[in-house]
Design a protein around this ligand. Structure first.
Ligand code: ADP
Length: 394
């Protein structure tokens, strides 16, 4: 037995990268954290932070070879995980909870592939590579969508012909489920109340942004939909637009559907409005320096955020607390303040002093009122994946 024998290796597999982290599920400690990037190219590299930090080039390694490098890294570090937890983006309607990887689970995940064609195939590739690299370890899948499977039909259905739902699974799924689930549980601890009693809105604001209405620990509604494009303004994604925009742009600018899709996913949001960057911190600095387009981007971001938060309260009937998390939610006192100032009718009154103090390192209440409270809660999706994995192993 070594110190890490009850730890879980968490794997988040992207198209050309693998993020990995060895996490102790009880303490939440990250024993080793790393990134294999530029996979498949000559510049493929591996970097890690732990007791010892390091980096190395790994030739033209693919996902499988990169995971074998991770096995070797763990071996020389004297770390042996008890299992592997994988982030999987889409679980469709098949998965309302995390599950052990077996042939049936893999087949069900493959069947949802058309709903997340950019993500699920690489997530599955990561699982296959991990099975090859760690043949003796049990593997678990944790889905971004599963937390939102509790949404009632009034929230998950689009008002389009019902057959599209029945025959083609066209509905709202929601994403960022691991983060929302993690922060609502932590918020209940911070509030000293059982999660089952609480009506919460959680705002995950990172490069991707989504908010969720969570009643008694169950997701009732969320801003993302069939894909992660719906909802809030994001770094490069537009969030909600008129659904006729596609046709309009195809007709007026002679764009293909794929070009409009790319425009809305990669060239819109904060980047599109500002023409500068998708990075909120840089935008706030540019606004401070007098850049008008940066100011417009931040203004639209905060307005739409507040508007969606207010609409999510409809699902809850009341609000006990509003939670801010993700890179922007945890670090930007300014975005939090600008959002709260648009929501006085919910009874949220900003405590400027607390708002300036609380951040990623010290979450806490940033409103004078205790109900509803506004809280900063640092997310840790890897820890939740590790905890789900450890639980399924027992
Ligand atoms: P990802 O969704 O890729 O995990 P993060 O959750 O790390 O991203 O969030 C990235 C966003 O957080 C960026 O827009 C970044 O500018 C923003 N951010 C990080 N620190 C600050 C800060 N101090 N002030 C404002 N924005 C910040």
């Amino acid at each position: 037995m070594n110190a890490a024998s009850d730890s879980i290796l968490v794997i988040n597999c992207g198209s050309s990268s693998i993020k990995f982290s060895l996490v102790q599920p009880q303490s939440g400690e990250h024993l080793l954290k790393g990134l294999a990037e530029r996979l498949g190219s000559e510049e493929a590299g591996l970097s890690w932070k732990g007791k010892v930090n390091g980096e190395k080039t790994i030739g033209a390694a693919d996902h499988k070879q990169a995971l074998l490098e991770v096995v070797e890294l763990l071996r020389v570090s004297g770390l042996t995980p008890a299992g592997v937890g994988h982030r999987v983006v889409h679980g469709g309607e098949q998965f309302s909870a995390s599950c052990l990887v077996d042939e049936d689970a893999l087949a069900a995940t493959r069947a949802t592939q058309h709903l997340a064609p950019l993500h699920n195939p690489v997530n599955l590739l990561g699982i296959e590579a991990a099975q090859a690299a760690f043949p003796e370890l049990p593997q678990v899948m944790v889905f971004d969508t599963s937390f939102h499977q509790s949404m009632p039909r009034r929230a998950f259905l689009y008002p389009v012909p019902y057959e599209l739902y029945e025959e083609h699974a066209i509905r709202r799924y929601g994403f960022h489920g691991t983060s929302h689930r993690f922060v609502v549980a932590k918020a209940a601890e911070q509030l000293g109340r059982p999660l089952e009693e609480l009506a919460l809105v959680s705002a995950h604001l990172g490069n991707g942004c989504s908010a969720a209405a969570v009643l008694g620990g169950k997701s009732m509604d969320t801003t993302m939909g069939l894909t992660p494009l719906e909802g809030l303004v994001m770094g490069t994604r537009s969030g909600d637009v008129d659904p006729s925009l596609h046709e309009h742009l195809c007709n007026t600018l002679n764009l293909s559907l794929a070009e409009v899709g790319s425009l809305l996913n990669k060239k819109s949001g904060l980047l599109g409005l500002s023409g500068l960057t998708n990075d909120m911190r840089e935008l706030l600095e540019a606004e401070e320096a007098g850049n008008e387009r940066a100011a417009i981007a931040v203004e639209v971001f905060c307005f739409r955020l507040a508007k969606q938060i207010a609409s999510l309260v409809v699902s809850l009937g009341r609000l006990d607390a509003l939670l801010f998390t993700g890179g922007i939610g945890e670090n930007s006192a300014q975005v939090r303040a600008r959002c709260l100032k648009l929501l006085p009718f919910l009874g949220l009154d900003l405590d400027e002093v607390a708002n300036a103090v609380h951040g990623r390192e010290s979450g806490g209440r940033i409103s004078h009122s205790s109900s509803p409270a506004a809280l900063v809660v640092a997310t840790d999706e890897e820890l939740l994946i590790a905890r789900d994995t450890a639980e399924l192993l027992t």
